[in-house]
Design a protein around this ligand. Sequence first.
Ligand code: FES
Ligand SMILES: [Fe+2]
Length: 431
Amino acid sequence: MSRYQNTIDIDALLHTHKHGYALARDFYTHPAVFEEEFKQIFSRQWQYVDHISRIPKKGDYVVFNIAGEEIIVVRGDGDTVFAHFNVCRHRGSRICLEQAGSTKRLTCPYHGWSYRLDGSLAAARAMPIDFNPADHSLRSCQVKLFEGMIFINLTAEGEAVVPDFDAIADNLRPWIARADLGRTKVIDHKIYPSRVNWKIALENYFECYHCIVSHPELCAVQLHTLRDAHGTPKGRATFAEHNATWQAEAESLGHKTGGEQWGWGLPDEQNFMAQAHYAERMLIHHDLEAVYDKLEGGSATAAKKLLGHYAADDKGQVDWGILPSFFLYTSCTSTVIFRITPINELLTEMSQTWLVHEDAVEGVDYNTQDITWIDEVTMEQDEEIVRNNQAGVNSRYYEPGPLAKLEANMVQLHDDYLRLMRYGRRAPNNE
Ligand code: FES
Ligand SMILES: [Fe+2]
């Protein structure tokens, strides 16, 4: 007998989840579930691609991979960015064969059809007299540029079932406007292809129950782990006390504090058209110098040049993100972006990108390795624990277990995911 059943009843699966427990094995392993997720989530929600500074000049492009699709994201004139499926309109060949590059035209290597950067067909040799190039532009998808970050939506322009990105941006802008992330540059970028289902990676990002066991360095550096990883009354009180002192100082500088989240707990139809996002600004640690003195890498002063319009470095950071793929920590001097992109049901690309002020000078204003050290250590630990998690979940004998109180965010994630999938399957536009 094969290890996996070929067909499954997705509706039954979606309706038999035990609230407050991990998901059943098929959610994390079955290609049919992944295909349904493509339809209800990946193909209609906004996905983070990259930072604009990675395609600084006209004709620069990156190829974005998601769920078996390739999208060419290419810079046009000025701030214009186009996104086209990497599928030739002649007989379907890949057009860009490299993951990044620079070009005047997008020329197919098979028979030489050549497209302008906006996707329109510029040249196709020896076609019949009635061939109309205007009918054979590349299939494009929607693009939004938000504070230097490029997001795409696989839905073609004008198709309605897309969450409103401008509303998301309006909610988040007050939290990050001071950082002016459009005027930053990438100082390092790392990709971690991981043999896990995307939800295992996302769940791990959303709970800090594992942090005490797996991330000693992170727990030393990030004071919020007293609240989110230890979660004891004493831990929560200590964090609250230091954070309150910091809050008064941050507010005296005109910097944001507190937090907001949007897109959770809405009625089904609105939930389907929303995309959850959040922002919280808090203290990193009240005594970072002393912490880093005891650690093997990193530095409390790894970056010195203030981002954007911060009045001073108040030791605060914005923890913000747009589900399901884009998560950041933005301090007053640097930011790190985590991207979680599904490739197939058992493969996920996780990546980290670090940004500093576009005018900052390495060795003077920042030291790359000192900035990236804590995130790399943490990511390597996470990559290993999620891989082990997936391996166990693949077992025929895996049974979903109960979640801890410190995993409450996971329950929220599951509720949102299940509602979205269920609604999508019965929505009028579902085929
Ligand atoms: S498949 Fe691209 S030119 Fe023929
Ligand atoms: Fe982790």
